[in-house]
Design a protein around this ligand. Structure first.
Ligand SMILES: Cc1ncc(COP(=O)(O)O)c(C=O)c1O
Length: 395
């Protein structure tokens, strides 16, 4: 059989000519320029906070760094315990939990939004639960009024990973404004890019100050609270005031060039997201609903990818689909976010000793029969029709 090659990458042109021009303009500007974290980083953080509707933002060098600092800040403020985590997410959402000595407690996913199963979260809450670290998967909203209320009533911290869902909303408010802290990623494949990059957002000034210090070697001088800085300097008269390290931390900062790109990309994020939402609905209309899952909870969603999940558990069909996508130039990832069921990954073998995979049926299905393909803003309706035609002819 011959296949017509169709170039459909996971992401396309997420770095525009205008981004390049802005970088050149910035570099050609004032002499004596600081390229490490400085004024442009601050400007990007302020613009991002305004766009999101959150008080404070801290720009870091990746979404994974955002995950790490969020969980470290949680440990410093709340102490250790259990964190309820998704079985479908990125590795750093779990690695950050383990490396900070929390116990990860896994839940299955809801097949309608690929996010954490709400009933399982509620069942797994106990006295040791410190937080629920939700991942809004591939543009879907994973929150509900019920979940938010229960966490509030039980005084359990909500943390949001919005790395895959910039601009998606719940109850008309952007995701990332509900949690005590929220994380974003600006990796190339996401809604917008700063080459590499991430953001931590919060409305809590104390947490903001803490994260600023944790981002920069745990150094006191990173705080914007001058009264606090003076107090600490006074407390340690034998230390150089500019070199007081309060926490055993690292350098997770980003730089001015990435901030310039971020500021420019942010200008077109909403416009691009509208195209993504429109294209997503067009995919849903034209993909064969007998072969693929289409019953998604799309309210408030904003997907940079299209989840292609086979309804039937048939390995032969799966092989045909993969062969066809490869031959037709449709780039794909099996397992949706982060390669499917995290509980199957080797890095967890020494952490989660006994896994009953039968309790994780929904993520298991996505692990073996779920994919995502690109849904980038330059994608045309004509191309979507061609893609759907190819995908619909596998049975
Ligand atoms: C849900 C989620 N969290 C965190 C990350 C990590 O982001 P980064 O690649 O910027 O480190 C990713 C990465 O793709 C992700 O999908």
């Amino acid at each position: 059989m011959t296949f017509k090659k169709l170039n459909h990458p996971l992401m396309h042109n997420n770095f525009s000519k205008e981004d390049v021009n802005q970088v050149i303009k910035f570099l050609k500007g004032n002499k004596n320029k600081i390229l490490t974290q400085s004024k442009k980083v601050k400007e990007f953080e302020e613009k991002w906070s305004k766009w999101l509707g959150s008080k404070y933002s801290v720009f870091v060098n990746s979404g994974s760094s955002a995950n790490l600092l969020t969980i470290l800040a949680l440990k410093i403020i709340y102490g250790k315990g259990e964190i309820i985590v998704p079985s479908l997410t990125w590795i750093s959402d779990i690695a950050s939990v383990i490396q900070n000595d929390f116990k990860p407690v896994f839940v299955d996913i809801n097949p309608r939004n690929l996010c954490m199963d709400e009933d399982q979260i509620i069942k797994k809450i106990n006295k040791k639960t410190k937080a629920v670290f939700i991942s809004h998967i591939q543009g879907f909203n994973g929150l509900s009024k019920k979940l938010i209320k229960i966490l509030k009533d039980k005084d359990i911290v909500l943390l949001e990973d919005v790395c895959e869902s910039h601009g998606a909303t719940f109850n008309k408010k952007k995701l990332g404004t509900y949690g005590l802290m929220s994380n974003f990623s600006f990796y190339y494949a996401h809604h917008m890019s700063t080459i590499e990059g991430g953001m931590i957002c919060t409305n809590n000034k104390k947490i903001y100050e803490l994260i600023r210090m944790l981002r920069s070697h745990g150094m006191l001088r990173e705080t914007e609270n001058k009264k606090y800085e003076k107090q600490v300097i006074k407390k340690y008269p034998h230390l150089s005031p500019k070199f007081i390290f309060l926490y055993p931390a690292y350098n997770l900062r980003n730089n001015e060039i990435s901030a310039v790109i971020g500021i420019n990309q942010l200008k077109r994020l909403d416009k691009n997201n509208k195209v993504r939402i429109d294209n997503f609905n067009f995919f849903l209309k034209h993909i064969n609903r007998d072969i693929y899952e289409t019953d998604f909870d799309v309210k408030g969603s904003c997907n940079y990818a299209f989840p292609l999940i086979l309804k039937r558990k048939n390995f032969k069909t799966r092989d045909i689909l993969e062969t066809k996508m490869r031959k037709c130039g449709i780039e794909f990832r099996r397992g949706n976010a982060g390669g499917g069921n995290q509980l199957r990954q080797p890095y967890l073998r020494s952490v989660v000793k006994k896994v009953k995979l039968a309790d994780f049926q929904n993520v298991e299905h996505v692990h073996f029969f779920g994919y995502y393909i690109g849904n980038y803003p330059t994608l045309t309706k004509t191309k979507i029709l061609k893609i759907c035609k190819i995908l619909n002819e596998i049975e």
